[in-house]
Design a protein around this ligand. Structure first.
Ligand code: M6R
Length: 359
């Protein structure tokens, strides 16, 4: 039930800190060590490459997880749109392991790949929010997100839960593989810090609503820019805005602006910049200057260590890998308020269903 909330989406955004804590409880022991099925870890450890298959927001969560698996577990990881992979299958490695990400567990595009994977005889894991779902029944292994029902068509808590659970899994695999990046990584401590910081961000509703009014009330288009993890989040942030507020939005890698996109910038075009990585923060700041010089209306979301006084939304430092769990929250809220203020049915955007069961 949505209780006092006007829409499920807002309730589900608010639930994210609690979802993080539930995952910590379920998948970590008291000492902070991951509790993962032994057979699953063994199968993963035997793999020479991880293939993450998903659609929509789950695909975007896969883009973030790719870097986390490569960093913590030192396993080459590819992320593919399930709809493309099934019919344009890339050359596979010798010992592939397939990871299906799906909130509903019913996405037909993902299922058709899993049917093939089973015919080929390769091991698979489904990470889903839906116990007993098709993708969970048909995969070799299942891990549940336990995020509670996600009712709004726009996915929010499933995205952050998928990233957090994959971080725990990557840490577990990295421990097995004796990777120092994993053994040195205090996943419990870091995710707890993230949960607290997430709470501070969901508490910024008034600020974010006023930014939505100021930047996005009437625009027909908008851009998110970022680099690395911030680029991956830009794609998800743009999807949220498109899906529920019908703003033509795109996420771009900051450096790509000068390779074409900047021609789209006009007087008043909203550009939301996400900045968390100190290695490239000054480059992104440079991109901001370039779009500002062409009239863009720039909103910034920045982590404290790279923040400047004029930034609109800031948050305390967390491990760089986990920044997507935080930067996505204001983006979810910006999309929510833009849709709300335009008078749309936030939970049921036009032309869309919660689970897409046709290819
Ligand atoms: O249930 P799934 O995670 O497999 O769904 C995949 C996409 O259909 C889904 O993420 C969709 O993109 C969302 N409505 C986006 O908010």
């Amino acid at each position: 039930e949505k209780g006092t909330y006007p829409f499920y989406m807002l309730k589900e955004i608010d639930e994210q800190p609690a979802v993080m804590r539930t995952l910590l409880q379920k998948y970590l022991d008291d000492a902070g060590k991951p509790k993962i099925e032994t057979d699953l870890l063994k199968a993963l450890n035997q793999a020479d490459r991880l293939y993450i298959l998903a659609a929509g927001t789950s695909y975007n969560a896969g883009l973030v997880a790719k870097s986390i698996f490569e960093k913590l577990a030192n396993i080459p990881t590819e992320v593919q749109l399930a709809s493309e992979f099934g019919y344009n299958t890339p050359l596979l490695s010798k010992k592939p392991f397939f990871l299906f990400l799906s909130q509903s567990g019913e996405t037909a595009d993902s299922r058709q790949v899993l049917v093939k994977v089973n015919q080929w005889g390769y091991p698979s894991l489904t990470i889903t929010n839906s116990e007993g779902s098709t993708l969970s029944r048909e995969a070799t292994y299942t891990m549940l997100l336990d995020a509670g029902p996600e009712i709004a068509v726009a996915s929010t808590k499933a995205y952050t839960a998928q990233i957090a659970l994959q971080t725990i899994l990557a840490k577990a695999l990295g421990d097995v593989r004796q990777q120092t990046t994993a053994t040195d990584f205090d996943v419990k401590g870091q995710l707890s810090i993230v949960a607290n910081e997430m709470q501070s961000l969901v508490d910024e509703k008034e600020l974010i609503n006023s930014l939505a009014k100021n930047y996005l009330a009437t625009t027909r288009n908008a851009f998110y820019i970022g680099r690395g993890y911030d680029f991956a989040v830009s794609l998800e942030a743009a999807l949220k805005l498109k899906e529920i507020s019908y703003v033509q939005a795109e996420g771009f890698a900051g450096a790509e602006l000068k390779h074409g996109t900047i021609s789209l910038i006009e007087d008043g075009t909203p550009v939301m910049a996400i900045i968390t990585d100190k290695r490239v923060a000054s480059h992104t700041r440079g991109n901001i200057q370039e779009v500002k010089a062409r009239g863009a209306h720039v909103l910034t979301i920045a982590m404290d260590s790279v923040a400047q006084p004029e930034d609109n939304i800031t948050f305390s430092d967390v491990d760089p890998m986990l920044t997507p769990l935080l930067t996505v929250v204001p983006a979810q809220l910006l999309a929510y308020y833009t849709s709300l203020n335009r008078g749309y049915d936030v939970d049921k955007p036009r032309n869309l269903a919660k689970a897409v069961t046709v290819e």
